[in-house]
Design a protein around this ligand. Structure first.
Ligand code: SF4
Length: 306
């Protein structure tokens, strides 16, 4: 059966990526435009730790002195502005205020601006290695909180966004799902194993073996540890090559066992552009949703109710 996640997913976002002109130079970027109508499928909470620090717009750019955001929270490095003024305390208060807001808003995910000494988390798409030492001050808190973290740049690519979205749906579903006995664990793993294999084959093979070897009910802490291992795996991006291969593999499984036949789905060796690949995947998602069948590539179909 296919699982449909129908609660609106709540996402925090760096305010400057939501179109707010809050960067040090009073600039902002309207990244939401790339999502088009899909934007209304989510509840958004934009925050800006530098504005909440009280530094204002416009302000001098800031930098971490020598380390990253983790070092900052351990008191090993400071945040200074361009003329060398120590703004560490302001930055700490701003980051904590935004973090509290995200907790109140009950967000499960955050879209961050890459390269920022505040909101940066890790770099997945930018090539310029000189842009700071991630994570930033706020990024460090986001990582510790265990949120699903999406680089804002990836909203521009239909395939990357599709990959983030299907993993986000699976992540939120798993995070809030009861998993207190072996049957619930089996059901969870049956639903997520194909996507886990696509992302990290070695991890999935080892976890599958561990789950199969359980002879008695595992204690709750073991089940919770497995949940966190799968959640961590779902945070990692796939790539276009793997997406195409697994789409074909899971589709041929559906064709053989469920009689689903869709002309638009192509084998991985056929060249097609990103938009075509996304269209193929959305076509299969629609088909499995209407027939209530599990599709390993997109095991949790996100379909908000209102
Ligand atoms: S602190 Fe974050 S939200 Fe504010 S301008 Fe910098 S990157 Fe954007």
């Amino acid at each position: 059966m296919t699982y449909i996640f129908d609660e609106k997913i709540r996402i925090g976002i760096s305010a400057c990526m939501y179109g707010a002109k809050v960067r040090y130079n009073s600039k902002g970027y309207e990244m939401m435009g790339y999502l088009k109508r899909e934007k209304s499928n989510y509840v958004w909470t934009p925050v800006c730790p530098e504005v909440m620090s009280g530094m204002g717009v416009t302000r001098l750019p800031i930098r971490l002195t020598g380390g990253n955001g983790h070092d900052f929270w351990e008191g090993k490095v400071k945040v200074k502005n361009k003329i060398g003024r120590d703004v560490s305390l302001m930055m700490k208060k701003g980051a904590e205020a935004c973090f509290e807001t995200l907790e109140r808003a009950r967000v499960d995910a955050y879209i961050f601006m890459e390269g920022s000494p505040s909101c940066g988390v890790y770099r997945t798409t930018l090539r310029n290695k000189r842009l700071g030492h991630p994570p930033g001050v706020f990024g460090s808190l986001l990582l510790k909180k265990g949120l699903f973290l999406i680089p804002a740049q990836d909203l521009q690519s239909p395939v990357k966004w599709w990959d983030w979205r299907r993993r986000l749906s699976a992540f939120v579903w798993l995070k809030h799902r009861p998993m207190s006995n072996l049957n619930e664990l089996y059901d969870t793993w049956h639903t997520l194993k194909f996507l886990s294999q696509e992302i990290d084959e070695k991890f999935a093979r080892e976890l599958g073996k561990k789950i199969a070897d359980f002879k008695i009910e595992p204690p709750l802490n073991v089940l919770e540890d497995i949940r966190w291992q799968i959640l961590n795996t779902l945070r990692k991006p796939s790539d276009v090559k793997k997406v195409k291969q697994w789409l074909w593999k899971n589709y041929t499984h559906l064709k053989k066992h469920e009689g689903i036949e869709l002309e638009s789905v192509c084998p991985p060796e056929i060249y097609r552009n990103m938009t075509n690949i996304v269209d193929e995947m959305i076509t299969v998602e629609r088909e499995v949703k209407s027939k209530d069948i599990l599709f390993g590539t997109s095991p949790i179909i996100y379909s908000p109710r209102y």
